[in-house]
Write a protein that binds this ligand. Structure first.
Ligand code: INI
Length: 157
């Protein structure tokens, strides 16, 4: 008998997974495309739309508190954070983008529920559009794939 390492990997099968998408309304023209990309990806991978909850919040700053509440509720296998923060000419960007990122990471670590980070943080509006179904793909769809894989990894551990 050979000794083989135990290898754990997550499939991309979303059948039966309960997923919540939390999306900021700020820059909603872009964020709505991220939501559509995430939803399309989840259902293409087998998720039942009835098992997907979409929660809208004012902006990226508000994402972590709602993610935390959903994770604490114990009714979701994975969370997807979607938003769009455009730098413009204000240092506000750094606070909003920074807190969104660290808050999402904290929820995942503290609650043990994966949080896929699909928050665009760009210098310009054009860069955001390119990443929301434009020539550089759809960050919402990418986040959905990550959410599925991480939900499966955690279930397989
Ligand atoms: N929220 C965003 O999601 N994106 C932004 O680009 C943004 N800018 O630029 O200010 C933004 N600000 C609002 C913030 O998320 C909060 O909703 C607000 O500060 C109230 O708490």
């Amino acid at each position: 008998m050979t000794n083989e390492p135990r290898e754990v990997a997550g499939s991309l099968d979303a059948t039966g997974l309960r997923v919540a998408i939390v999306a900021g309304r700020f820059n909603d023209a872009v964020v709505d495309r991220l939501v559509a990309g995430a939803l399309d990806t989840l259902t293409r991978h087998g998720a039942d739309p009835a098992d997907v909850t979409i929660v809208r919040v004012p902006g990226a700053w508000e994402l972590p508190i709602v993610l935390d509440s959903l994770a604490a509720g114990g009714t979701v296998d994975a969370l997807i954070a979607l938003g769009c923060v455009v730098r413009g000419a204000t240092p506000h960007f750094d606070y909003v983008a920074g807190e969104a990122a660290s808050g999402c990471a904290a929820v995942a670590r503290q609650r043990g529920v994966p949080v896929a980070f699909g928050v665009l943080t760009t210098d310009t509006w054009e860069q955001a559009v390119e990443r929301a179904g434009g020539k550089l793909g759809n960050k919402g769809a990418e986040a959905a794939v990550t959410a599925i894989e991480m939900a499966r990894v955690l279930k397989a551990l």
